[in-house]
Design a protein around this ligand. Structure first.
Ligand code: NI
Length: 170
């Protein structure tokens, strides 16, 4: 997965229109898609982050990566094509951040358990049951491909305060 010639990609931040778009379904897993995925993994690990979605690197396609071990455990790495959350149960509050919303951390309510369906880079269909932090990361990244940021889950009051803070920094 991690090739020697991997490229560090630029992560777009709050205010960029692509972050608000619904991403396109991937119809063919081309060499191009595989390269983007490899560069996303490299960029996620380098940032460092535990998840990344293609819209964050200015590619409006349904592709996400996640790795709770941040490169420490090979088996933790997930690269998911056209991911969809098909089951949600329970809910939990936890502090969250996002590489596209720098320096903002807020409590977000998310399902405690989920099932995600999608494909890997070999077009193998996957069904992943997740709970805790992994469930949270996967929900966060699937939100990205639907044009939703974690701050969109906050109350309008809180969201407005954060927006003002972010706009001041632009
Ligand atoms: Ni994010």
């Amino acid at each position: 997965m991690m090739k020697k010639d991997s490229t560090l990609l630029e992560i777009i931040t709050y205010g960029h229109p692509v972050l608000k778009q619904k991403a396109q379904e991937i119809k063919n897993i081309t060499e191009d898609i595989k390269n983007i995925a490899a560069n996303m993994v490299y960029t996620m690990h380098s940032s460092p982050g535990i998840g990344l979605a293609a819209p964050q690197i200015n590619q409006s396609i349904k592709l996400i990566t996640a790795d709770l071990s941040v490169g420490e455990k090979k088996e933790d790495l997930l690269v998911l094509i056209n991911p969809e959350i098909t089951f949600r149960e329970g809910n939990k509050d936890m502090e969250e951040g996002c590489l596209s919303v720098p320096e903002i951390n807020e409590n977000v309510n998310r399902p405690a358990q989920i099932v995600l369906k999608g494909y890997d880079l070999n077009e193998k269909e996957l069904e992943i049951s997740a709970e805790g932090l992994l469930a949270r990361v996967l929900c966060h990244e699937v939100d990205h491909i639907n044009g939703i940021l974690f701050i969109d889950h906050l109350s309008p009051l809180k969201k407005n305060l954060i927006k003002k803070k972010l706009k001041k920094r632009l």
